[in-house]
Structure formats: structure tokens, C-alpha cells
Design a protein around this ligand. Structure first.
Ligand SMILES: C[S@@+](CC[C@H](N)C(=O)[O-])C[C@H]1O[C@@H](n2cnc3c(N)ncnc32)[C@H](O)[C@@H]1O
Length: 386
């Protein structure tokens, strides 16, 4: 079906709006339910998961000595019996999606009314480690899942249709300002966001450092590496820990830098990447270009161009879109991320294809062809050489 173009006429608007709302409701349902799990090529899960994370059940499961737990509440609940039954319903939902195993205890005592009761026992499956709070430092998706369900990031769905028609940004319509400005005024939200990004970086950057990108010598000739939009500095901290000769500069907005902790081999610097980029032998950027529209991408990449020496490079790690959508669980992930950019990102932020990134890089002065390496899931490393 060809999608009709947005019409400015009243009749066109009235026809288009219900259709848009319908599509957006479907997107919201699918986007919210499968985002986290598609990354692991797993099953869909809805926002019960957020409640489960809040109750700490996944961590409780992972910490259970025998790896097994009868459904129970780790925090005091007003009505324990009712709460236990509610959590049992959540756990069996997770069991139906293969997140935990469920076995029934035939020997359970009958209920007071004489009816038989079945006691369900749950045990973690290997996937639970990606849902625990820290996963022993290997990266976790728990903070990302929690972040995605924070109210300021859910409300924009209600404004999506208006945003499409008016050309505005749904997050700004819902919250009155762009996302990073909003987080600058909400330190707890910002801390959760940085935690979510850090945990994701631990997961993805470990793959980068262990994988093919390292094998072709990606970081070998670099003395000073600038991470633009580096957040808490987690990704940058991983690089000097493997490449001892590298000094890292973690560059991010001042309110983000004010929340960082010291990292060996890394200097934290606050500033606005659209004003300037600190000098180094190379620039690393993970999940930053997707924040910006094409013009700002070229502007930022051009600042990077002038901040590195001749033959210096930008190492950009981004989700890369295939030109045609794929229907596999893993194949959906980049398109879901793109919808998150559309919903909550800055104006014009988007996921892009390899060709689109190549065009932006050459527009900023870098050589062709760019060098591209698939790292993990839809994450690619794109090298732009000066
Ligand atoms: C998607 S996060 C990625 C964080 C980190 N690179 C990672 O992957 O874990 C984008 C980062 O860009 C930073 N950022 C956004 N606008 C910026 C600006 N104008 N100048 C510097 N940093 C900015 C945000 O604060 C945030 O830390």
C-alpha cells in the first residue's frame, strides 16, 4: 500500500489523522514490547518486565542459591498473599516467553476451601543474566529497559501523530523541551540514562574489542583518543584498559561530565560537540551521529576532521540500517531504534544506512570509501579517514 502524503487541507488532515494514530498505536505496542528482547534475538515481552525489574525479581532469581525461587516478593508488601499471587502471574508470563523456567509442585497443600492448589517454582534461564542489574560487568539491558519505561519517554507516544503532521518532535511536545535539556534538569533520569548507555556499551564495545575491528588494527596507531558524547566514559575506559598506550578524553555535555567518576587513563572534559571537538589522534563516537540531523552530522564530522591530524580518523559506532527491513527478531532491532530516535530524539535524529553515513562523512571532507565492520547485532564500526 502506498502511504498517502500528509495533506495540509482540513479534509486530508481528518482522513490522515486516524490512520496515523492507528499506525502509531501498533508501533507503540510492538516497539515497547519487543525492543529489549529483539536485541538478544529473543522473545517479546511487554511492560510487565519493568515491574519485574523494579521488584528485583530477576536479580533475586539470579542470586538464589539453587538457582530456583518460589514466586515471592523480595520487598515487604501490604498484602503478601495477594502480592505473591500477582508476582506469580508475572513470572508465569515470563516463563511463557522462555525467560525463566516453571515447574509445578504437585505436593502443594490444598487450599482452605478444599480445592487443589498448584505451587509454581521458577528458575532463571541463561538469558536472565542480561536482565540482572550489572551482569558481573559484562553489560546488562536492565537499566535500558527501566529507562525506556520512564514516564517522560512514554508520554511522547501520545503526541506522535501531531508531531508527524506538524513536523515537530514528540518528546518536545510532551515535555516542553528537547530530551538532553530535560535530562539536564532531572539528575536522576540522567543518571539512569548514563547507566543504561554504559551497560549497553559494556556489552557492545566488548564485542568490538574482541572482534574483527581489533583484528584489522583499529586502535593501534592512536595515542590520544577523544570520545565525543562519551557519557559516563564507560566505552572509553574499556579501550585504554586494553591499549595501554592510549590516553582517552571523554567529552560530553557539562551536566553529564559533572556526574562522571574518575576512570584510569581517561580525562573528562565538558563542552558542546556542536561548538568544538577536543584535539586527538582519532575521535571515537558511539551512538552520537544518530542523535543529529544531516546538517549537524556534517558540522560535527567536519569539526572532528579538523581536530585530528592528517590520516587521523573518526571511529563511529552506530546502528546501521539495512536498505530493506528484515523480519527476523534481530532484524527488527535497528528499525525499533530508529523509531525511538523519531519519538524521543532531537529533531532530524535517525538511524541510517551505510551509504547514508558514507555520504555524510565525505560531505565533511573524509576520504572514500569508508571502512565498515559489522560488530554485534546491528552495531557497526564505521571508520572515516582524513
Ligand atoms: C546515546 S548517548 C551515547 C553515550 C555513549 N557514547 C555510549 O554509547 O554509551 C549520546 C550522548 O551524547 C551526549 N550529547 C548529546 N548532545 C551533546 C552535545 N551537544 N555535546 C556533547 N555531548 C552531547 C549525551 O549527553 C549522551 O551522553
Amino acid at each position: 500500500m502506498a502511504f498517502p502524503g500528509a495533506s495540509s487541507s482540513a479534509a486530508g488532515y481528518n482522513l490522515l489523522h486516524p490512520l496515523l494514530s492507528f499506525i502509531i498505536n501498533i508501533m507503540m505496542f510492538l516497539g515497547n514490547t519487543v525492543f529489549i528482547f529483539s536485541m538478544l534475538c529473543l522473545v517479546d515481552l511487554d511492560d510487565y518486565a519493568s515491574t519485574v525489574f523494579l521488584l528485583g525479581l530477576i536479580d533475586a532469581l539470579a542470586a538464589a542459591p539453587a538457582g530456583e525461587l518460589v514466586a515471592q516478593i523480595p520487598r515487604p508488601a501490604a498484602n503478601k498473599a495477594e502480592a505473591t499471587a500477582t508476582v506469580d502471574r508475572m513470572m508465569r508470563f515470563l516463563a511463557s516467553h522462555g525467560v525463566v523456567t516453571c515447574s509445578t509442585d504437585e505436593g502443594a497443600a490444598p487450599a482452605p476451601d478444599g480445592s487443589s492448589t498448584v505451587l509454581r517454582r521458577y528458575a532463571k534461564r541463561p538469558v536472565c543474566r542480561w536482565l540482572s542489574a550489572t551482569n558481573n560487568g559484562e553489560g546488562s539491558l536492565a537499566a535500558l529497559a527501566m529507562f525506556g519505561f520512564q514516564q517522560p519517554f512514554l508520554n511522547p507516544w501520545q503526541h506522535m501523530a501531531e508531531a508527524v503532521l506538524s513536523g515537530g518532535v514528540a518528546f518536545e511536545m510532551a515535555n516542553g523541551m528537547p530530551a538532553f535539556e530535560y535530562m539536564g534538569k532531572n539528575p536522576q533520569l540522567s543518571a539512569l540514562y548514563n547507566q543504561a548507555m554504559s551497560q549497553l556499551s559494556l556489552l557492545v564495545c566488548r564485542k568490538m574489542l574482541e572482534g574483527r575491528f581489533t583484528a584489522v588494527g583499529g586502535f593501534d596507531d592512536i595515542q590520544v583518543l577523544v570520545d565525543v558524547g562519551g557519557g559516563a566514559g564507560t566505552a572509553l575506559g574499556m579501550i585504554p584498559s586494553r591499549y595501554k598506550h592510549i590516553k582517552g578524553i571523554n567529552f560530553d555535555l557539562p551536566f553529564v561530565i559533572s556526574q562522571t567518576k574518575p576512570i584510569p587513563g581517561v580525562e573528562h572534559v565538558g563542552g558542546n560537540m556542536l561548538d568544538y571537538v577536543p584535539s586527538g589522534d582519532a575521535v571515537f563516537m558511539k551512538s552520537v551521529l544518530h542523535l543529529l540531523d544531516d546538517d549537524d552530522c556534517v558540522k560535527l564530522l567536519n569539526s572532528c576532521y579538523w581536530s585530528v591530524p592528517e590520516k587521523g580518523k573518526v571511529i563511529a559506532m552506530e546502528v546501521v540500517l539495512p536498505a530493506t527491513p528484515e523480519t527476523t527478531q534481530a532484524g527488527r532491532f535497528p528499525f525499533q531504534f530508529d523509531i525511538i530516535c523519531l519519538l524521543n530524539g532531537l529533531k532530524g535524529g535517525r538511524e541510517r544506512t551505510e551509504q547514508e553515513y558514507a555520504r555524510l562523512a565525505t560531505g565533511a571532507g573524509f576520504r572514500t570509501p569508508i571502512r565498515s565492520t559489522a560488530v554485534f547485532g546491528a552495531y557497526w564500526v564505521l571508520e572515516f579517514i582524513k
